[in-house]
Design a protein around this ligand. Structure first.
Ligand SMILES: [Zn+2]
Length: 272
């Protein structure tokens, strides 16, 4: 395992404009750089690099991310392999370290949280297509707003039903741990749960009800959170509910739509 401080050192050294500049010609354009996207054939440059943010983004194909993501994508490498690739470029020595039992457990738990989120995304999408309310209210909302079927599929949009226990029950029935449903923020722990005792199905209820669901992805395309918009006109309910900060969702680091980075959300994620 690569020690955390070495990872920080590599990421610090790997300036985005420098890393990308090895592969394509970049021209300065204001605070950013612009070039021809290496991921899709184009004649007019739409590939932008922001040194201030340390990220690149293509307005043509939607590829976006950090220096490490760029190497992962362009060299077809995993995350640790990309770090090693960059360490070599910048002559940074990596002294590998054994992973501790605690770290292994934390890693396994994180993986479980990603799996629960993926399940929830499929559940919400399925709910929108295969349930009467989902179709008329959820899908109806998107279609009315001019979202094409392509966009609805691409953004993995969905619908959470009115039933306060719908997702929680279904997930537990499918062997997902109530504890993970709470840790991902999908379910809320009711106050009848006695602290220190195991969390059971009876202790939880859904965070999202009767909302259209927008998954939030990390740069690798994994679902790490959700935004839910209410459809009724109940003034007492919050219009939007977003996932809380969790072990896999660091709100300060994620920008909605970064992974897709394409229309119609393009305006929201400009770095200008
Ligand atoms: Zn591109």
């Amino acid at each position: 395992m690569i020690p955390k401080d070495t990872i920080d050192k590599i990421i610090d050294a790997a300036r985005i404009e420098d890393v990308v500049g090895d592969f394509i010609t970049l021209k300065k354009r204001g605070a950013n750089f612009l070039g021809l996207c290496p991921f899709h054939g184009e004649k007019t440059p739409s590939f932008t690099v922001s040194p201030a943010k340390g990220i690149y983004k293509c307005f043509g194909c939607g590829k976006a991310g950090t220096s490490v993501n760029f190497i992962m994508d362009s060299q077809q490498l995993s995350y640790p392999e990309a770090l090693r690739w960059l360490a070599k470029k910048y002559s940074i020595e990596i002294v590998e370290r054994e992973i501790s039992v605690e770290e292994r457990a934390a890693q396994t738990e994180k993986e479980s949280l990603y799996i629960v989120m993926q399940y929830a995304q499929r559940y919400f999408t399925d709910n929108m297509y295969n349930n009467d309310m989902g179709r008329s209210i959820g899908l109806g909302y998107f279609v009315e707003r001019g979202f094409s079927q392509d966009i609805i599929k691409k953004f993995q949009l969905g619908y959470s039903s009115e039933d306060k226990y719908a997702l929680s029950r279904e997930a537990v029935k499918n062997s997902y741990k109530p504890e993970y449903l709470v840790k991902t923020g999908l379910s809320i722990l009711s106050n009848q749960h006695v602290e220190g005792t195991p969390i059971t199905e009876k202790d939880i209820f859904d965070r999202y009800q009767n909302r259209v669901m927008f998954p939030i992805h990390d740069v690798g395309g994994r679902v790490i959170g959700f935004g839910g918009r209410i459809l009724g006109s109940d003034k007492k309910m919050a219009k939007y509910i977003n996932s809380p900060q969790t072990d896999i969702y660091d709100k300060s680091k994620v920008l909605y739509g970064l992974w897709f980075a394409k229309k119609p959300f393009r305006k929201k994620i400009m770095y200008s």
